[in-house]
Design a protein around this ligand. Structure first.
Ligand SMILES: [Zn+2]
Length: 197
C-alpha cells in the first residue's frame, strides 16, 4: 500500500540541458500521426509504462514527461492518464491529467465495454464474472459507494453490498485483496492497490 510520492521534474525542462533532454527522449519514441499511439521503445516496467532518466539521479515515467513537454508544465501530483488505454503510448494528444477516481472510472468503463462485448449489451444484472468482480473491488478500494459501483458496472446494489460484506464471492474477493471490514468500523480506505502512475 505504498503512497505515490510525487517528485517535481519540470525544472529539468527549464535547465540549459532541456533541448538535449528532449532530443534524447524523442529518440526513444516511434512517432506517428496524431491519431496513432507513439510507442516508447526504451526501458519499461512490467505493466508497459516507459521510464526515462531525465537526469543521472532522476527517473520519470515517459508518458508524464511527454505530457509535460507538450503542455509546458509539470503534471504535479495528478496522474497522467491514457485515453488510448495503451501504457506504452507517449503521444501527448492521447494523454490527460486526472485523479485516482478518474483512473478508476476509466478502468470501470473499459471493463464494462469488455463485458458488453462478451455477453451482449444487456447482460444479467446480477451475473458477475471475475473481471467485473475486480472492478467492484477496485471501486471499494478507492472509496466508491455501493450505489456508485452498481450504477457504473450495471450490477445490482444487493450484489455489490454482499461482496462488500464478504457474504458472496468471498474467496475470489480475498484473492483480489478485499477484506471486509468489521461492521462497527465504517472506515473507507483511501486509494491503494493498483493504479496508474
Ligand atoms: Zn496512444
Amino acid at each position: 500500500m505504498a503512497e505515490r510520492v510525487y517528485k517535481p521534474f519540470y525544472h529539468h525542462l527549464e535547465s540549459p540541458n532541456a533541448e538535449a533532454i528532449k532530443v534524447r527522449f524523442w529518440e526513444k519514441v516511434e512517432i506517428g500521426s496524431p491519431e496513432d499511439c507513439w510507442r516508447w521503445t526504451a526501458k519499461a516496467n512490467s505493466k508497459g509504462y516507459g521510464f526515462f532518466k531525465i537526469a543521472s539521479y532522476h527517473q520519470v515515467a515517459a508518458h508524464r514527461l511527454s505530457w509535460a513537454i507538450h503542455n509546458r508544465r509539470d503534471p504535479g501530483d495528478l496522474l497522467t492518464l491514457h485515453n488510448c488505454d495503451n501504457p506504452q503510448c507517449v503521444n501527448p494528444v492521447h494523454l490527460r491529467l486526472g485523479t485516482d477516481l478518474d483512473n478508476m472510472e476509466d478502468k470501470m468503463s473499459r471493463g464494462r465495454h469488455r463485458n458488453g462485448d462478451r455477453k451482449g449489451a444487456k447482460n444479467g444484472a446480477n451475473k458477475l464474472d471475475l473481471a467485473t468482480l475486480a472492478q467492484v473491488i477496485a471501486g471499494f478500494q478507492i472509496g466508491l459507494s455501493n450505489t456508485e459501483i452498481a450504477n457504473r458496472l450495471g450490477v445490482s446494489h444487493a450484489t455489490i453490498s454482499l461482496i462488500r460484506l464478504g457474504k458472496s464471492w468471498t474467496e475470489d474477493s480475498a484473492k483480489l485483496g478485499w477484506k471486509p471490514k468489521p461492521k462497527f468500523k465504517r472506515a473507507v480506505s483511501r486509494p491503494s492497490g493498483e493504479r496508474g502512475i
